[in-house]
Design a protein around this ligand. Sequence first.
Ligand SMILES: [Zn+2]
Length: 388
Amino acid sequence: MLDPLFLWLLLPLGFVLGWALRRNMASQSTHSLSTEQLGGLLSQLESDDPDRAIAALTAVAELDPSTVELHMTLGRMFRKRGEVDRALRVHEALVARQGIAPSLHDQARYELAQDYMTAGVMDRAEQLFAALADQGKYVTVSLEAIRTMHEQARDWKPAIDAARRLEAAQGESQRAAIAQYFCELADEARREKKLSEAIRQARRALDEDPGCVRAHLMLGELNEADGEFAAAAKAYLRAFEQDPRFLPDVIEPLRRCFEKTGDREAYLQFLADAREMSSSSLPILAEARLLAEGGIDPFEHLAQGLEARPSRAVLADFLEVLERQPNVIASGLDKPAARLREALVRLMETAPRYQCSHCGFSPRQLFWQCPSCKHWGTTAPADDIMKV
Ligand SMILES: [Zn+2]
């Protein structure tokens, strides 16, 4: 019984065999295949023995260099079906072979580099990719591969170098990605409690990409941690201006910072701007909180908010205020209202908070590189307004 996965390997091998048979019949060349070799190929295909099939294919390839491409394809297929050791053997043999065309030799080196990358032998993979790029061969794909490997290893400085080389080779801006790498360096410095280094790296991110929301947010957080509340508020506001979808991530930090600076007017102005620039219900909640702090019942405000921008959060806060209304308590409806609110809160606690605009992945927490599609900076807070 043949392994089903092996069956699809038979297809290209069939082509090779067909080629070999045609060649054997059409040519009286001294390089034609012997009957024994053809018989050997057939029996190896039948016996489900890829190693011996490869050996037979190697024998075919040695008779005529034009089979090198087919051999390369076979190796690539081994890699794709997870048999990296076999892919490595095929491509290593091709790279070591003398007398094949330079373009095919380069292709074999590129395939081999990919095999090493798949096998996790990153230093060998990088050496081969770098050599190819230095020689002007497979430049863009090799530099892209080097960048990906450093991203996966979280080696941000070499990733920055690779992205810069890629930018030069490709002519396409890599600045948004480079800014993300500087943010990663800033994050590392922050984890090591090196605040000034973290601020320096976040600023370098903004030198690369002034629209980098992540760098603005990080500068807000770093300045706030450092007690620089005015500078923190400025950075949080910049993050919001760059992308109003990030309102959920800045609204509470801005409330804290403006409270520290005592600049109530600036906070009210921000809430008014937020209402203009974002469709979120969060400004309504913040205004309701201000009313309550001033001793004013926010019931009406939340009721209007529920109509204008219905969201689970507004409904939950509205129910909380409703539960406390004397006529609701008197009618005994406060308890069902409380149960409804608790159910809503549980729903909010499990609902996705973010969404990747590239692939739709919806996590609870913010990832600057989407874990699903690997794109940088495509994940933002999800819209909180209920659609009817
Ligand atoms: Zn994604």
